[in-house]
Design a protein around this ligand. Structure first.
Ligand SMILES: [Zn+2]
Length: 153
């Protein structure tokens, strides 16, 4: 059963919620939200974080490690999961992260005619701790399943 477990969190942005729903369906597993809207910046967090404007979520997916999810979406599934017409950041915070712990992050930066996803790795290696270099920018192409059956709340 693939579903989104909001875990008591609130995510204001409906597009972000649609993407999470698509992601759970794509991987066929339950996705657990670990952070959504925030009113404060946690240790190691960004003062311009999209969490502060309700446009971001941190999450994990049952049975899959963060690297597998990141590489799959980066190399294969982005256009099937991300709703077109928007710009996103997708960040893999690894075991050396300067944030509060390893996790995946998705944020919606804004609108765009076609849309693309900026894939970024932070803290996956010791040298990468606290750094946010662009790994790959993936354009959203073809037809995808636009989320319309959000079940997580
Ligand atoms: Zn985050």
């Amino acid at each position: 059963m693939s579903t989104v477990d909001l875990n008591g969190r609130t995510i204001t942005d409906s597009v972000v919620k649609d993407v999470l729903n698509n992601m759970a369906a794509y991987f066929g597993a339950t996705l657990h939200v670990t952070s959504g809207n925030r009113s404060t910046v946690p240790e190691g967090g960004s003062p311009t974080s999209l969490h502060l404007s309700g446009k971001a979520a941190d999450f994990k997916i049952d049975g899959l490690d963060f690297g597998n999810i990141y590489q799959n979406l980066r190399n294969l599934g982005a256009s099937q999961v991300f709703v077109k017409g928007h710009i996103y950041e997708f960040i893999w915070h690894g075991n050396h992260t300067t944030t509060t712990g390893a996790h995946l992050h998705i944020g919606r930066i804004g609108a765009n005619s076609n849309g693309y996803v900026k894939f970024i790795m932070e803290g996956v290696t010791p040298d990468g701790a606290g750094k946010y270099p662009l790994d790959l920018q993936v354009p959203l192409t073809g037809s995808n399943t636009v989320g319309n059956s959000y079940l997580g709340q």
